[in-house]
Design a protein around this ligand. Structure first.
Ligand SMILES: Nc1nc2c(ncn2[C@@H]2O[C@H](COP(=O)(O)OP(=O)(O)OP(=O)(O)O)[C@@H](O)[C@H]2O)c(=O)[nH]1
Ligand SMILES: [Mg+2]
Length: 262
């Protein structure tokens, strides 16, 4: 029911059977508890904090399909980072939609942080300018918002690669983080998105949004299995639980497992 997908479900059932056998549990409530343990163990590697401060500025590029919640998550992330004392600069590298710049500017205003944007600018150029400005203004974090795109739109995926490349010209080891924002309602397609964006850009983390609705986000189990199989996990830094500034939480495997089982 939580749309964890077949391979992750099979994995969890096998693990649960072993746990039931080992503990000789017969009571349904106890078995439910063991299921929570199994899911927690599977999701645990995804629980990692976003680390800021190894580089100044730490440059974060945010990508994802249309409407996943990128811009909103950047607004919330800025709030989270500013609260912990970071100086944040935003880059309006979604130059595709006319309103995108204004949308990010509104989040900058709410957070009272600066924003770099250009009218009709090129997304790579805006990102470059923002990193240069972030360096000279001694910012702790520069976050680049990008336009939504499908992984099948090859030329648009190439554009993301170009942004990444041009950012590294402004600061050698940047971007330090490439975050994929996925809508928690997407179901199994979220795994396809993770794989495709990762193959193109080398993802460093995920933000899973819209978990305040009916979505249970069971696809994280599938994402965790995929990570375990390839020996490289893409962690879930944050989950989005609403549209307001405060509606961002760090991912907690156990809490998530409890909510999933209900
Ligand atoms: N309920 C809820 N809504 C969210 C959440 N995150 C984003 N949204 C809503 O989802 C819609 C799309 O969010 P955006 O931040 O504009 O998404 P985006 O990925 O930047 O979209 P594009 O730039 O057009 O690709 C908006 O109506 C947001 O308010 C969340 O965690 N919970
Ligand atoms: Mg956006």
């Amino acid at each position: 029911m939580a749309d964890t997908g077949l391979p992750a479900t099979e994995y969890l059932l096998k693990d649960l059977k072993r746990r039931v056998k080992d503990s000789r549990a017969t009571d349904p409530a106890a078995v439910k508890g063991l299921l929570v343990e199994a899911i927690t163990a599977l999701l645990q590697p995804l629980q990692q904090p976003l680390k800021i401060g190894a580089a100044t500025p730490t440059v974060i590029m945010v990508v994802g399909v249309n409407g996943a919640g990128k811009t909103t998550s950047i607004g919330k992330l800025t709030h989270h980072l500013a609260n912990s004392g970071c100086k944040v600069l935003l880059a309006a590298a979604d130059t595709f939609r006319a309103a995108a710049r204004e949308q990010l500017a509104a989040w900058a205003g709410r957070n009272q942080v600066e924003i770099i944007s250009q009218e009709g600018g090129d997304p790579a150029a805006v990102s470059y300018d923002a990193v240069v400005a972030g360096k000279s203004r001694k910012c702790d974090v520069v976050i680049a918002d990008t336009a939504g795109r499908l992984p099948t739109q090859t030329h648009l995926m190439e554009e993301l690669k170009k942004i990444q490349r041009v950012i590294s010209k402004a600061q050698a080891d940047a971007p330090h983080e490439v975050l994929l924002v996925v809508d928690g309602n997407t179901g199994q397609n979220a795994l396809a998105q993770v794989k495709a964006f990762d193959a193109m850009l080398g993802l460093t983390g995920l933000v899973v949004t819209k978990l305040d609705g009916t979505a249970k986000g069971g696809v994280l189990a599938a994402i965790a299995r995929w990570g375990a199989e390839q020996g490289r996990v893409v962690p879930v830094y944050f989950i989005g639980i609403g549209e307001k500034l405060e509606d961002l939480q760090t991912f907690d495997a156990r809490e998530f497992a409890l909510a999933l089982v209900g």
